[in-house]
Design a protein around this ligand. Structure first.
Ligand code: ZN
Length: 247
């Protein structure tokens, strides 16, 4: 089974469309969404509609989704994220707000080999940035491979009997990871709609649980159009500016 992995789309329909053009329906069997469909970007309804039309196998919620549908107050959000998420709460249709409200918290198992979560397998709002965070998370895996998001930074943490290491994708259009037996993996495909690794291109992944390959991919998208939409919506300018820097 080939899984298309989408994380942290954050209301950026231009980035999502570019990803779906680069990964046409014939290139995967099922869609997995790792949370944060909305927040920051100017097109939350278009993104939720498009994700729903994909009929994903699993969609889990992210921290922005929870606030954007009114499940939680934005207490943990900085001022800019808060402004954007409250705008999103107001802008979402009733139907899309209900859709977000019904999303499960991770982690969720995906067959025998993999699981998905938003932040970490310990808690959906927790961040996995470095080896210490990963070491703690590895103790909670229920499958050999755990896909996560939340940091918006593509990375692969590998734990074999000998060591724990972090692998950063090459920056090529596609970086292929071959899963080894008796090894655990924490894989962040990166963010579709708001990359933060200094690369403005949208990030996503395709996981083939038959071959044990994970393709980590980057695709350019019309950043200026997403920026224009953010400005037109009256959202903070910094949210438009950061898209060009991938920060
Ligand atoms: Zn996010």
């Amino acid at each position: 089974m080939r899984y298309l992995l989408l994380s942290d789309v954050h209301g950026n329909r231009h980035a999502l469309e570019a990803v779906l053009a680069a990964a046409p329906p014939a290139s995967f069997d099922r869609v997995l969404v790792l949370g944060d469909l909305v927040g920051y970007g100017a097109d939350p309804n278009a993104v939720v509609d498009r994700v729903r039309a994909l009929d994903p196998f699993i969609v889990i919620r992210g921290n922005h989704d929870k606030v954007a549908c009114g499940l939680e107050p934005p207490d943990e959000f900085n001022q800019i994220a808060r402004q954007a998420v409250l705008w999103t709460l107001k802008t979402l249709t009733d139907e899309n707000r209900e859709y977000l409200r019904a999303l499960p918290a991770g982690p969720c198992a995906v067959g025998e080999r993999a699981q998905v979560c938003h932040g970490s397998p310990v808690h959906e709002d927790e961040y996995i940035f470095d080896g210490a965070d990963a070491a703690a998370a590895f103790g909670h895996l229920e499958r050999p491979v755990c896909f996560f998001g939340h940091t918006h930074i593509p990375v692969v943490f590998v734990r074999s009997r000998q060591r724990l290491e972090a692998q950063v994708p090459s920056g090529e259009e596609t970086t292929v990871l071959h899963l080894e037996p008796e090894t655990l993996y924490l894989v962040n495909p990166g963010s579709v709609g708001q990359p933060r690794d200094g690369d403005a291109r949208a990030a996503f992944a395709v996981f083939d649980d038959g071959t044990g390959e994970v393709a980590l991919r980057r695709v350019p998208y019309p950043v200026e159009q997403a920026q224009e939409a953010i400005r037109t919506a009256g959202l903070p300018a910094v949210l438009a500016n950061r898209l060009a820097a991938g920060r």
